[in-house]
Design a protein. Structure first.
Lengths: 278, 318
């Protein structure tokens, strides 16, 4: 296991906590949204935006930039918060989530929001788009890498596996998929709604290099993301084991908070747990 | 004009010719197929530019979203398959991955409508135009013949946004020339007339011309309009035709439910009330059969257009 600088890990942990506070506040102010799947994705998104991605927030359309797609578009509050904190737009914009005229739509709109690479929301399409972007890099002889975060619920979608097959067939190796394996989907536990295990074996069978990590542990996330760029001749998937609603006690593992905003009391409680001012 | 005197040519051959030329001229042209490349003729492009052609197998959803990813990185993408699989099967992928972000993906659909023939209703999509024209940001074009198809392909390659181009499987009578450029959104008046306007799209434009010939023998002067762009609609030409001729017949090889005819009807309801009749496929699924037999079975012949024209004229001034 790679040993990372303690200051780096500390910095990322602080960012993750800050992003969580944004997420809870944004969804509370919006009165609707998806806290569970936003909170489970925080560490991976923070690792990407604050350490791994080769990007320039001042030039969001820089042709050589790395691409990140949030295929599970409902988790976008975490993405928006990371983009704002990274300097793509003002942190004040976060208060506009889901409000009329805001660039922060309930699900990501690549035309409206700087830094958003793909419009997602209807599940299962992001990995295919990522394959297209990775193929474009090959045609243009560019060195950028494409990262796609998919939800474990998206493992139900046939298109996810069409994309998995194609990425492997085209020997796309500038593509990394990250599965946010938080074990829950809207209607209940993934194991009850639609069995997707053995998940790692499925990806292996589709020709992918597979890694499994604790999706809240920065050392594991960073080393997996860095290793994924070294894989040649085939695509790479990281199954990130996470906790839905991570960081807020009453949201953790709670199906109810897949798509529900906290009320005032819950909001205040959540912010207290996250160490921030309500 | 007799249909038998006209040269029959393949729209698919002309589309492939235009595509290959574009491929030679422009590095940004990329093609995606879904196991039908030999049928839709993208195989011709693939042969010359194998590195810029991606065949994803029988996975149209994947094809559309891969096309979107390529387009998001600056490519001008042509995604081609049968109309049935390039619209209904992938409506949501087109909607979210392509139309919503307004990406330059040209969906080139072949084998549309009942003239597919023997394959039957599963392959004879008659509601694809309805689906595509309902999408914001989408342009919908149904070329009348092979030369127009060629010009349409060249035009859509320069269009900044998604386009749906529809063509059939059968060879079609050539009624236009290869002169000039195709202008998206501009209908062309192929024949002037004063008593009634025959507005056709796709293969029905040649039937409208034939109908105009028959009507001439009945001392009726019919204007014939090639309405190849269904969205955006050339309302100016349509309203002018309605006002000047006082009656309109539309003709399409597509369901009359939310097809081109309904779009024209909606336009005229709000602007120029004239008697109108829509020639097209009724609200039913197709069936196997010979193309010409099916055209007769579903009321898509020149004679059907003539009959509709008489009906419209008889209702004038009522």
């Amino acid at each position: 296991m790679v040993v990372y600088d303690k200051r780096l890990l500390k910095k990322l942990e602080r960012k993750a906590n800050l992003i969580r506070r944004h997420v809870v506040r944004m969804i509370y102010l919006a009165g609707s949204g998806h806290p569970g799947g936003s909170l489970s994705a925080v560490e991976v998104i923070v690792a990407l935006y604050f350490h791994v991605l080769n990007i320039d927030p001042k030039d969001p359309k820089w042709p050589d930039r790395d691409r990140f797609i949030l295929s599970k578009g409902h988790g976008c509050p975490a993405w928006y918060a990371a983009l704002a904190e990274r300097g793509y737009f003002s942190v004040k914009e976060l208060d506009g989530l889901r409000k009329l005229g805001s660039m922060l739509q309930g699900h990501p709109d690549m035309r409206l929001c700087p830094g958003v690479e793909a419009s997602t929301g209807s599940e299962g399409q992001g990995l295919s788009m990522g394959v297209g972007m990775a193929l474009a890099a090959r045609l243009d002889r560019k060195l950028y890498h494409v990262y796609v975060m998919v939800g474990d619920g998206e493992m139900d979608c046939g298109q996810t596996w069409e994309a998995a097959m194609a990425a492997s067939h085209f020997r796309v190796d500038n593509l990394t998929a990250i599965v946010d394996r938080n074990m829950l989907q809207l209607d209940g536990p993934t194991a009850q709604i639609m069995s997707i295990e053995p998940l790692a074996d499925k990806w292996k069978a589709f020709g992918w290099e597979v890694g499994e990590i604790d999706g809240h542990n920065f050392t594991e996330i960073l080393s997996a993301l860095e290793r994924s760029k070294e894989v040649k001749g085939k695509p790479n998937v990281i199954i990130a084991h996470t906790v839905k609603g991570k960081g807020v006690s009453f949201m953790e593992g709670a199906v109810a908070f897949h798509g529900k905003a906290p009320d005032k009391e819950q909001y205040e409680q959540a912010m207290k747990e996250l160490g921030g001012e309500p | 004009m007799n249909l038998n005197d006209l040269k029959l040519e393949s729209q698919r051959t002309y589309w492939a010719k235009a595509l290959v030329e574009l491929g030679r001229e422009r590095q940004d042209i990329v093609v995606v197929s879904a196991d039908l490349s030999t049928s839709v003729k993208t195989s011709v492009f693939a042969e010359e530019f194998p590195e810029r052609h991606f065949n994803v197998g029988i996975a149209e959803q994947n094809m559309m979203s891969i096309a979107a990813g390529l387009a998001a990185c600056g490519k001008t993408v042509f995604a081609s398959t049968f109309a049935a699989f390039g619209t209904g099967r992938v409506y949501d992928q087109i909607r979210q991955s392509i139309a919503y972000p307004k990406l330059p993906v040209n969906i080139i659909a072949t084998h549309a409508g009942i003239t597919v023939g023997g394959d039957g209703a599963t392959h004879q999509i008659v509601e694809d135009v309805a689906l595509m024209r309902a999408l914001p940001n989408m342009t919908v074009i149904v070329p009348a013949d092979a030369p127009e198809t060629y010009k349409v392909i060249k035009a859509v390659a320069d269009h900044k946004g998604p386009v749906y181009v529809r063509m059939g499987r059968a060879d079609v009578p050539t009624i236009t020339t290869d002169k000039g450029k195709f202008k998206i959104g501009k209908a062309s008046v192929l024949r002037d007339g004063e008593d009634v306007s025959l507005i056709g799209t796709g293969i029905m434009v040649s039937r409208c011309l034939m109908a105009a010939n028959i009507l001439e023998k009945h001392k009726i002067s019919a204007r014939v309009i090639d309405l190849s762009t269904i969205k955006p609609l050339d309302t100016k030409t349509i309203i002018k035709a309605a006002r000047e001729t006082g009656g309109v017949v539309t003709a399409e090889e597509h369901s009359v439910v939310v097809g081109m005819g309904s779009e024209v009807a909606m336009c005229l309801t709000e602007t120029a009330h004239v008697p109108m009749k829509r020639v097209g496929i009724p609200d039913v699924f197709g069936q196997s059969g010979d193309s010409d037999e099916l055209m007769e079975e579903y009321g898509l012949t020149a004679e059907d257009i003539v009959e509709a024209a008489h009906d419209v004229i008889s209702r004038k001034g009522r």
